[in-house]
Design a protein around this ligand. Structure first.
Ligand code: CAO
Length: 594
């Protein structure tokens, strides 16, 4: 046995367009599931299924204009048992009656309004909304007596809906509005409605708050009617007559408002309306967020957007009249998530948390200087690495007593070669050998593809301190170069860095970085991994220390090493092996030949 689903009471609205159909033939639906969305100029509403079942046929299509009682779809009842019960109850009758039954459901649902907010709760009790309306009108009357120019605009007939929560206030005190401008947006679980202004003027008081529940006759705003034509008694009468007219004649918000607009046009006179009324939604004029009522979307989509925390103004609608469909919302969320994912994996999107700054001038004189490009980039890179890499630092010491003797012995040879030999080229060479022997340090991690990228080359960056900030030129194929070649390249690249002559290609392709503070001082530090590399060696100042060798303490030149590594790629044992190997290679440079 099938049942017809019909358009319920539309509050008097007629020829309301079907803008989206949510179900297909054969779909199993539950009671209350939205079947389709309809939209007039001022309201969009979802038509819910009065009961569960299977959609046998759909009788309408997008673009159709429907009226109360029109058949929307045929529903095959889900359960014969239920049907029998229904028949016993006498509820299974012809289409018209099922329409009534749908209406009855509607009114039941209308009573199932959410718990009022604290604000509205106090107003709701004991019918105090009416009381409030009355007070407002009285206030208006008071003002009217003095100024003879204010009026309270109220909620028109809302059709089947009882009390409906306010979800947005579309105007602000001081706004000049014209008839038909939206004052507030109401949203029940089935419909979103703009409450239009029945006449124009300047908003002097807003009489509702978001989450307040309102119904027909509830006061919304008080306006100052330009030209001062409206007297208090008029306004009271008009308030009543607006409501009354809606009751007697047109039952819809649309009709009420258009009737009011007509009235406004006829008796309030065009002269009272500003010649060119400013836009009420002023996204461009005062920086306030545009009201989401400015976008076309049905209640189901609005609800979903709220649940997902999506601002509908950001979503492009692909439906008729740029209406936002559920798919548009899904696409929006999907593309945003993908963008975030890409930004994360590409290293972008890292936000440098800004700490709220006090007014330093209260403590003394200050001046400001713009950050250099290098400083900004360094800040971003350091933040990204600090936030994304699980760092561990392994500390060790290398006995470079013999190395230092050898290095000093090469001073004349260095001068002949027109270069200088510091500890750094030896460190670079030792690290290149260590990277070859312990290859887990020479990788990158691709978390998108869950793969390790093994590099079969050894390019090492060296941190250079320059007046504009830190730069890291990269020496290529360190494992294949002689100590003299490396020494020359170190000087050349360091000079280029300080003279701002480094090409970007000379700062790319690094597998590992050395940060040497040895010429400056310090005993140890924790360098930050230059991601996507997985390790960095910090070098501090070498000093003579008593070292217990073969039964006695001997003065040895010890070089402090601080190896920071990404613990996802490298484990602690490998890190200890790496620094031990460096100690071995630097302790006796003949090992570098093996
Ligand atoms: N222990 C003792 N002496 C050291 C030393 C160490 N660890 N490292 C260098 N020295 C000595 C050098 O041997 C040299 O002495 P001599 O003139 O007697 O030979 C002197 O200090 C000056 O060295 P240098 O700084 O000119 O040359 P370098 O090769 O050691 O370093 C460079 C070159 C570019 C790395 C360095 O100048 C630099 O800019 N370091 C700063 C790096 C930095 O800022 N890192 C921090 C980054 S944030 O993590």
């Amino acid at each position: 046995m099938s049942k017809e689903i019909r358009v319920p009471d539309l509050g008097g609205a007629s020829d309301v367009e079907v803008i989206e159909i949510y179900v297909s033939e054969g779909d199993d639906i539950a009671a209350e599931d939205s079947i389709l969305a309809m939209e007039s100029d001022k309201a969009s509403m979802d038509i819910p299924a009065p009961e569960g079942g299977r959609i046998k046929s759909i009788k309408v299509k997008v673009g159709d204009k429907l009226n109360e009682g029109d058949v929307i779809a045929e529903l095959e009842e889900a359960d014969a048992g239920d049907k029998a019960d229904d028949e016993e109850d006498g509820t299974e009758t012809d289409g018209d009656e099922s329409g009534e039954s749908a209406d009855a459901d509607e009114s039941d649902r209308a009573e199932e309004t959410p718990a009022p907010s604290r604000d509205s709760a106090s107003r709701d009790s004991d019918g105090s909304e009416e009381q409030q309306a009355k007070e407002s009108v009285e206030r208006s009357a008071d003002t009217g007596d003095e100024a003879g120019s204010t009026e309270v605009l109220t909620v028109p007939d809302l059709g089947d809906f009882g009390e409906v929560p306010v979800i947005e206030i579309s105007v602000a005190i001081g706004d000049v509005i014209k008839p038909e401008d939206s004052l507030v947006v109401l949203e029940s679980d089935k419909a979103t409605m703009d409450v239009p202004a029945s006449k124009g003027g300047k908003v002097v008081e807003i009489l509702v708050a978001v989450n307040d529940k309102v119904k027909q006759g509830s006061p919304v705003v008080r306006i100052e009617v330009e030209g001062g034509g409206a007297r208090s008694s008029d306004s009271e009468e008009k308030g009543k007559s607006d409501t009354g007219a809606a009751k007697d004649g047109g039952k819809s918000a649309e009709r009420t408002s258009s009737a009011a607009a007509e009235k406004g046009e006829s008796d309030e006179a065009d002269s009272q309306r500003p010649e060119k009324a400013p836009k009420v939604r002023r996204e461009a004029t005062d920086g306030r967020e545009p009201a989401s009522s400015a976008v076309h979307a049905g209640p189901a989509v609005r609800k979903l957007a709220r649940e997902l925390g999506v601002k509908l103004e950001s979503v492009e609608g692909s439906g008729p009249k740029q209406r936002i469909l559920k798919e548009d919302l899904q696409d929006f969320v999907k593309s945003n998530m993908q963008a975030i994912g890409k930004a994360g994996s590409a290293g972008g999107g890292i936000r440098i948390a800004s700490v709220p700054l006090p007014d330093f001038s209260q403590f003394g004189e200050t001046s400001r200087q713009a950050m250099t490009k290098i400083q900004k980039l360094t800040a971003e890179n350091m933040s990204r690495s600090w936030q994304t890499v699980p760092h561990v630092t392994q500390f060790d010491e290398a006995d470079i007593t013999e190395l230092e003797d050898f290095r000093k012995a090469q001073k004349a040879a260095a001068e002949r070669q027109n270069t200088k030999l510091t500890i750094l080229p030896f460190l670079l060479k030792a690290c290149a050998i260590a990277l070859r022997r312990i290859p887990q340090f020479n990788v990158a991690q691709d978390f998108d593809r869950h793969e390790l990228v093994h590099k079969d080359y050894v390019h090492i960056g060296m941190a250079v301190d320059t007046p504009s900030g830190l730069l890291v030129p990269v020496i290529r194929d360190v494992d294949q170069k002689s100590i003299w070649d490396i020494a020359r390249e170190c000087i050349e690249l360091a000079n280029k860095a300080r003279d701002k002559k480094l090409k970007s290609s000379e700062m790319q392709g690094g597998c590992f970085t050395i940060s040497s503070l040895g010429a400056i001082g310090g005993t140890a530090f924790t360098p930050i991994v230059n991601t996507p590399e997985v390790a960095i060696l910090g070098v501090s100042r070498a000093s003579i220390k008593p070292v217990y060798v073969e039964g006695s303490f001997q003065p040895r030149l010890m070089l402090p090493l601080s190896l920071s590594y990404d613990h996802r790629a490298v484990n602690g044992a490998d890190a200890a092996r790496f620094t031990s190997l460096l100690g071995e290679l630097l302790g006796d440079i003949r090992h570098m030949l093996l």
